[in-house]
Design a protein around this ligand. Structure first.
Ligand SMILES: Cc1cc2nc3c(=O)[nH]c(=O)nc-3n(C[C@H](O)[C@H](O)[C@H](O)COP(=O)(O)OP(=O)(O)OC[C@H]3O[C@@H](n4cnc5c(N)ncnc54)[C@H](O)[C@@H]3O)c2cc1C
Length: 143
């Protein structure tokens, strides 16, 4: 977008959730979703650029890790109640951030329902690591 560098952080932003409140009651444009010409047509106080997100999960296509239609990984309570994971988990429910395969966890933007924020991704990663430990403690006595 023309002038993007010059106005970065002061009129041009990439995160509506983070910087949107600065423009409360003002006009903003959201170029990137097929409407990139909009900023030329109307006077705006700010622009939020949305480039979209395509998860790099095709390597999971031949596995039992379930993805949604857009390719994001399903975890925890996002897993549909009637799918094949139920048999794999025997008598327990998947842990938070655990995928449809016991012991495989996902965290961050690649996960369905992630809030797509840096702090959330870091927090999910830490929590997932702690839950891996819980998972390993649970299977230790079965080996
Ligand atoms: C332009 C832009 C601006 C943003 N601004 C903000 C902001 O102001 N505030 C905010 O909170 N969030 C912001 N975000 C969102 C934030 O960047 C993400 O939520 C965060 O980076 C997600 O972290 P992640 O670790 O889940 O994924 P990522 O940061 O995307 O990290 C995934 C990593 O995995 C690597 N990878 C991918 N596939 C493979 C593979 N097959 N094998 C090995 N490695 C692989 C990638 O190269 C990458 O390094 C912004 C995002 C964008 C794109």
């Amino acid at each position: 977008m023309e002038g993007e560098d010059r106005f970065l952080g002061n009129g041009v932003h990439y995160c509506a959730a983070c910087d949107g409140p600065f423009y409360k009651g003002q006009h903003v444009a959201v170029p990137g979703g097929g409407n990139s010409a909009v900023e030329d047509q109307v006077h705006v106080n700010g622009a939020f650029i949305f480039i979209g997100l395509e998860p790099n999960t095709s390597f999971l296509n031949d596995t039992d890790v379930e993805l949604n239609r857009a390719g994001f990984i399903l975890t925890g309570h996002n897993l549909p109640a009637d799918s094949a994971w139920v048999d794999r988990f025997e008598s327990r429910l998947p842990l938070m951030f655990e995928t449809s395969v016991p012991g495989i966890f996902a965290a961050g933007d690649v996960r369905e329902s992630s809030t797509r924020q840096v702090a959330a991704a870091a927090g999910e990663g830490v929590t997932a690591a702690m839950l891996v430990r819980e998972y390993l403690k649970g299977i230790r006595f079965k080996i």
